[in-house]
Design a protein around this ligand. Sequence first.
Ligand SMILES: O=C(O)[C@@H]1CCC=N1
Length: 333
Amino acid sequence: MPSTMTQQEQHQGRLAFIGGGNMAEAILGGLLACGYPLSQCVVSEPIQARCEFLQSKYPGLQTLSGPHANRLAVQGSKSSSSTQSMIQEGTIQVNATAASTDFAPAEVVILAVKPQVLRSVVIDLAPALRSLQPLVISIAAGIETSAIGRFMADGVDEEALTAGSVKLPPVIRVMPNTPALVLEGAAGMYATADTTAEQRAVAESLMAAVSKQVSWVETESLIDTVTGISGSGPAYFFLMMEAMEEAGVKLGMDRATAKALTIQTCLGAAKMAQLSSDDLETLRIKVTSPQGTTDAAIKAFEAGGFRDLVQKGVAAADARSRTLAKELGGAKL
Ligand SMILES: O=C(O)[C@@H]1CCC=N1
């Protein structure tokens, strides 16, 4: 479904980014460009230099660093009387104007850390997440919502969960891609059964700020396939473009010209594919005159098993995403 959210429809609640890397920045930048209030965003990021970079790029943004930064981002600074003193003592580094160190608990928590550290990060946040019940959005590749649920249930009796006396927050899993950095992302999303339509709409509006295409999948395993198509996909096109640039150079063209022609051809082809009512095969056939130049190229590609190779590549990424789920989801906990 193409994103059609307007600014009015967009959720503008308190947003905590756990992790301030490239994807977090892409989402944050896109939201700010759509008019999301900067004062509603807080980024917890362990690397101080990265915080300073984000601060300089988004003046007034609240960034937090230090051992308790993630918890503070989720709980808000008013939640604990000791919080302000930790800020004063420097246990937590708050990079923001003094006036804004007072902030409310997060309504939405975006888990934007590397999959390898997600487990420890969520276990550390688990009590805060259980008590505050924010909407949890994970963009970590390969980690299943059931694993995130187990991490959030850390230290809780099975019985309490079954009896419902302890509740886990709703989780939505997103696989975005790096073109989100230029507001041209494609994202796949999966919501667990306990999410409400409103929560799904909130998550969609947040991701739509940086993604031109937001697609929900019905079964979680399809997120692995989303990863194989659009999550890793930008790299496939970069590889294709590298190869085309190299081909131009080998045939005597200067690199800059080969690169520029390649990039615009890729962009133009994508735009045609998007705007045309023709399917992809028809578009290809329309460029390919019988016995012509394109025909010669396509025959060479097909003879080399191009289609099969691409399918193998996508399947390898899909399979790796499933393996990551096993490796990082932690069967044992
Ligand atoms: O390569 C990776 O593992 C991540 C997931 C999708 C894109 N990059």
